[in-house]
Write a protein that binds this ligand. Structure first.
Ligand code: UD1
Ligand code: PEP
Length: 436
């Protein structure tokens, strides 16, 4: 695989783009196939590195795979190889993505044991698994932690038992994992302070179609009445809201007229509003989002005239995964904004690359950056840079597409983790981008 994008910035883009199926939903949904020996058919699967790795991992563990087309796959977990899930090969492969951690809940539910090697994913600060493990413990699992290997081994004797739990934080993957463990536990489980983003709602709806009894879906209080058996089902992924936000930012930065087709507008929560706060015009047209070409956009202030802050918050607040995009888009706006990344402590360091490109940003501390918009008076200039994480990578790509001259973005494996055929799709809109 090639490892860099070469971009010549300045082109105005034009056209329609269809978002991929959601990466972070896919990781939950594909893990859930482990809950049943019956066939599960999943559609709108994004063809991206992380998701393909998880599918490969399940295949290695004995799950039968039938990839009907690029975005559709049938799974049947009727002969799971539990030994493989303890093997060094599993540890190595699952350490390459974050989503692998969510196989644990289904394994505990169905087989009474699970193994969690240190998961991979973005290096964006400490990413603890306490919520997952404490939730499993409350359901009756015992755990042993191997500190040398950074490895959790979980076991239950006599099966999992429903209980009440108040999560210490509404962890997304943690909630998904605990829900998947609880669906076949004996009795009723109540999870308070549950994460409730659309992907979790999708997971709960899918589990209910498989025979689970989950209520409170969409709220932070889930009630799960345990059932003895789950059967097969069909499921289709929502459009990827982080990709949609990235395309809105791309359109504004490059003064482009873009229509995002089939954007699942009912599931975007506060995302469109946050881009509007940056002064970006967008129109919801049915299920599409139309972004007109805008010569300039001006950041709003708060009602009392004070400087706008955009910060992350668990759903239905603004997702942390779009803050890097908002930050880059603000560099060319008129006005100023404080970006406050509350969740992750290393996600803003990529601003040094934007500063090299000519952006005016003050990194106040690891969590806060003030962006002073250049109002397009000085375009960014192309440089050579390396992508530190998936969303910073796409933000740098957007910066490069708007910059004067040539940029080279290295370490694009990070981008390929989550954005399907991104260079090809951007070229169709008129971008000058190639893999080198
Ligand atoms: C594969 C996957 O789905 N990854 C997503 C998932 O990661 P993941 O599920 O790993 O993230 P968590 O929701 O567990 O937590 C993320 C971080 O935020 C902190 N935290 C969490 C909740 C909270 O109310 N306050 C708080 O500070 C946690 O301590 C942790 O450091 O959710 C994150 C938060 O939306 C996203 O960035 C990731 O893209
Ligand atoms: C942080 C992200 O992914 P992961 O949790 O897989 O590292 C992301 O999707 O922005």
């Amino acid at each position: 695989m090639s490892s860099a994008f070469e971009v010549r910035g300045g082109n105005r883009l034009k056209g329609e783009i269809i978002p991929q199926g959601a990466k972070n939903e896919a990781l939950q949904i594909i893990s859930a196939v482990m809950l049943t020996p019956e066939k599960v058919t999943i559609t709108n699967i994004p063809d991206i590195v992380d998701v393909n790795l998880l599918i490969e991992l399940l295949g290695d563990a004995g799950v039968k795979l039938n990839r009907i087309s690029r975005d559709t796959c049938e799974f049947q977990a009727d002969a799971v190889d539990l030994k493989y899930l303890e093997s060094p090969e599993f540890k190595k492969k699952s350490g390459r993505l974050r989503g692998s951690v969510m196989i644990a809940g289904p394994l505990l539910a169905r087989f009474g044991r699970a193994f969690i090697p240190k998961p991979g994913g973005d290096k964006i600060g400490r990413r603890r698994l306490d919520t997952h493990i404490i939730g499993f413990e409350k359901l009756g699992a015992r755990f042993v932690y191997d500190a040398d290997d950074n490895y959790f081994r979980l076991e239950t004797t006599g099966g999992l038992k429903g209980t009440y739990m108040l999560l210490d934080e509404p962890s997304v993957t943690g909630t998904a994992n605990i829900v998947m463990a609880a669906v076949m536990a004996e009795g009723t489980t109540t999870i308070y302070n549950a994460a409730c983003e659309p992907y979790l709602q999708q997971l709960c709806k899918m589990l209910n179609r498989m025979g689970a009894r989950i209520s409170g879906v969409g709220s932070n209080l889930l009630t799960i009445e345990g059932v003895k058996y789950l059967g097969g089902c069909e499921h289709s992924m929502l459009p990827d809201m982080i990709e949609i936000g990235s395309f809105i930012g791309l359109a504004a930065m490059t003064q482009s007229e873009i229509t995002i087709k089939n954007a699942g507008v009912d599931n975007l929560g506060i995302i469109p509003e946050k881009f509007r706060q940056l002064g970006i015009q967008l129109e919801i047209r049915g299920n599409d989002i139309y972004i007109p070409s805008q010569d300039s956009y001006e950041i709003q202030t708060f009602l009392d005239g004070s400087i706008l802050t955009i910060s992350d918050h668990p759903w239905p607040g603004f997702t942390p995964d779009l803050l890097s995009i908002v930050l880059v888009v603000a560099t060319q706006a008129k006005g100023s904004v404080m970006i406050h990344q509350k969740m992750f402590e290393s996600r803003l360091f990529f601003v040094d690359k934007l500063i090299d490109m000519g952006a005016q940003i003050v990194l106040c501390d690891p969590h806060r950056a003030v962006v002073i918009g250049l109002g397009r008076q000085h375009p960014l200039r192309g440089i050579t840079m390396s992508s530190p994480d998936i969303r910073a990578g796409v933000s740098l790509l957007i910066a490069a597409l708007s910059a004067e001259g040539k940029s080279t973005i290295q370490n694009i494996d990070q981008i390929d983790r989550g954005y399907q055929y991104i260079d090809e799709r951007l070229r169709k809109l008129g971008a000058d981008i190639k893999r080198v």
